[in-house]
Structures are given as C-alpha cells and as structure tokens.
Ligand binder design. Sequence first.
Ligand code: ADP
Ligand code: F6P
Length: 320
Amino acid sequence: MKRIAILTSGGDAPGMNAAIRAVTRKAIHEGMEVYGINYGYAGLVAGDIRKLDVADVGDKIQRGGTFLYSARYPEFATEKGQLKGIEQLKKFGIEGLVVIGGDGSYQGALALTKRGFPAVGLPGTIDNDIPGTDFTIGFDTAINTVLESVDRIRDTATSHVRTFIIEVMGRGAGDIALWAGVAGGADEIIIPEHEFDMKAVAQKIKEGRDRGKKHCLIILAEGVMGGNDFAEKLAEYGDFHARVTVLGHVVRGGSPSARDRVLASKFGSHAVELLKVGKGGLCIGIRDNEIVATDIVDTLENHKHKPDLSLYELNHEISF
Ligand code: ADP
Ligand code: F6P
C-alpha cells in the first residue's frame, strides 16, 4: 500500500498521540503517505480527512488525549455509515486504515474489513479489555495515575482511621482495579470477574481494626457497582467511617508513561509494516512480550479478554 489513514475512536487513552506519531513517521520513512481522520468514525463519514506530514506529529509524543480527537458515533454500526465511510476513504485514494481504540472501535474496524476494506486495530484504552493483547495503550499510565491517588488517600485514611472506597473506571473490566490495587496495597479489590461477600469484607475491616490497623482501602471497579452504593451496603454490617472517592475521568488524562509511549511506538510501527505489504484485517497486540498481529475476525469473534486473576489471589494472600 502507498496511502493509509489513521483515526482514534471511543474513549481516549494516554499514548494515542504517540501511536499516531509512530504510524505517521514510520509510513513516511517507508515512502508511504498518511492521512489523519478527525473525530473517529464521525469524521470518517463526514470526510474530515487531511494529509499528515512529519511536522504534524511533532511535539505530540508527550501529550495525553488525542490530537485527532475522538467521538462516540453509534451510526457507524449501520450499513449506511460503513458504506459512506468506505466511499470517503476511496475518494481520498486511501488503501488501508489504522484504528486506535477500544472494543467498540474494533467492531468498526471489523465491519470495514468484512466489507472488503482492510483495517488494522491498535488497542488504545485505559480499560485493558481488548482480546489479542496482554496490554493496551493507556493502561500503564492509568494505573499509575490511580496509584498516585491511592497513596494520597492512604495518608488521610490513616490520620482519621477511616475506610475508603475508591471507585475506578474500567467499564466491565477489573484490570485497572486489580493492578492499582495490588500496587497500592489495597485491603480489598472488588472486580466484576470475581464474586465477593460483603459480610466477609466487613469482617476483614473489623479484624484489621482490632489489630490496630488505621486505614482500610477498598479499590472498586465501576463495573461492579458505584462507590456510594457499595458504601451503603457495607454500612449494613457496621459503621466503618467510610468515605467514597470516585476517580472518574481524571484517570483518562495526563502525559503517557514511558511504557505506554514505547508500546504505542512499537504497535504503530508494526501496523505500518503490515499495511505496506498489503496485509490488513488484523489486530496488533503484545503477547508474552512479543509484538503480534492476529486475524481481526477470529480475535474478536472467538476470543475474550481475561484479567490476570492471579493478582486477585496474590492480593488476598498479602493484604490483611
Ligand atoms: P471504545 O472503542 O472505547 O470501546 P465505544 O464502544 O464508544 O468506545 O466505540 C467507539 C465507536 O466505535 C462508536 O462510537 C462507533 O462509532 C464505533 N462502533 C462501536 N460499535 C460498533 C459496531 N458494532 N459496528 C461498527 N462500529 C461500531
Ligand atoms: O472505555 C474507557 C472509559 O473511560 C471507561 O473506563 C468508562 O466506563 C467509559 O470510558 C466512560 O465513558 P465516557 O467518557 O463516555 O463517560
């Protein structure tokens, strides 16, 4: 391929800019042309497309968010939206598309591929919930942002002998809660992928108190329930001086970590290598520390993301 395009879609994630930069620079290095599409699939359908040059991606690697902007655009799930998108791509002479986003965005890339237009997915979401990869762009930064807050909350929790419920994003996935929970020394990690017993949680807090423990930190994944609902249910088992902190979108912003920038650079470069030789319909990922490309149809239709539940067991064994 000689001319490719790139878009970012769905929830933004730190490191998306580093991925756009890598795709653009690698493609130019290989003698190809790159077009940037603004506002994800909404911009694709509207034809909000422009050529990217070397300088367009300068001074972007350290920035959070996505300079190509993002959008939620449900119309792209329709045949009409997808055909219009392909028409726009053809109008600009574009032969392949790189989509950086989460599971919804991947469905768009899958739909384009099934309609005969080769797309390559780069996993970009703080949730880490994409099949075909162990880690997504943005996850490392997000867990470090959560961790900074957890450490701060620990200070005040200890001073006042309080229990804190810290609700973190992740949509239906518990990866952010798991990783930040283990790293932050959480007393409990509550995730959708593992059942929990509120009575046992309350008992654990009481036992900690009896031993003279001053703080109690519970990291709650939003996919289980809201922090305030959790606090209300916990209160049925005793008064734990609970406070709730909902970290929310704070975790989506900020400068990407070194790890996310490197991951984004490797993913972007690999996507271009494949498109250059005419290979599309793929998902890029990292598995066991190797950059891989897997068939997009098989990956999305036959595989599901699973969190590393050994972290849950580990936390149970070392946090009491
Ligand atoms: P994320 O990519 O972060 O999971 P969304 O689920 O909002 O975020 O998906 C991002 C966008 O991907 C949607 O707004 C829509 O434009 C597109 N999309 C989502 N689901 C589909 C689908 N089934 N078919 C085609 N496009 C889709
Ligand atoms: O997918 C990323 C994510 O931040 C999820 O963790 C969260 O559930 C969702 O997006 C929030 O979406 P919005 O930004 O549309 O409120």
